[in-house]
Design a protein around this ligand. Sequence first.
Ligand SMILES: N[C@@H](CCC(=O)N[C@@H](CS)C(=O)NCC(=O)O)C(=O)O
Length: 216
Amino acid sequence: MLLYHGARPNPRAVRMFLLEKGIKLEMRDVDVDGGENRRPEFVALNPSGQVPVLELDDGFWLAETGAIFQYLEELYPTPALIGSTSQERAETRMWQRRVERRITEALYAAFHYGPGAKMYASRMRILPECVPGFEALMDDGLAWFDAQLAGRLTIVPGRFTVADIVLFAALDFGATVGWPLVPELTHVGRWFAAVQARPAAGLSLHPRAAVSGIHC
Ligand SMILES: N[C@@H](CCC(=O)N[C@@H](CS)C(=O)NCC(=O)O)C(=O)O
């Protein structure tokens, strides 16, 4: 298997997942800033033109972070980062969806249409007028999660999962492009510090992050 990744939060989430599980894969660094992932040969295999992509041994290209997590979890079930039972897996999916719907989709849209607009203008429709709306949705989502996280340090109660990884990678990136966590979100802040203290959090930083200042 070969992982196409780059200096961005979704690839970072996959790197963190691999580190948590102790999985070693061949990796290829894609120049996302330079648009390598938008070249015809890349788009022919992943029509979304994005990273991460996991190339399987038969040549199949598996895109979408959640699908890559699921595939690797089935190959390497321990430690479980999705779940060991049907109920655990469904519970994680429930929380991961809440993370995406309430925070990460709004954050990434606000980034594409705001600070990232210059780079993304040739890649997608840019809607700068929507940035304040997505920022408001992000604020609402963070406030909702702050209430959920009172008294616990994992998104899924009692278990560290991909839901933590997805939210952590997004928020750590968000802080570098204009949306730092505000101190009023005390429960989110405690949760964030706990995830940040995991060795995989630091080790999953892309080498270019030190140069670019983008923590992904
Ligand atoms: N839905 C995809 C999103 C992947 C994605 O947004 N990748 C970004 C990096 S985090 C990317 O490749 N951006 C560069 C581009 O769109 O050209 C997933 O979950 O993997």
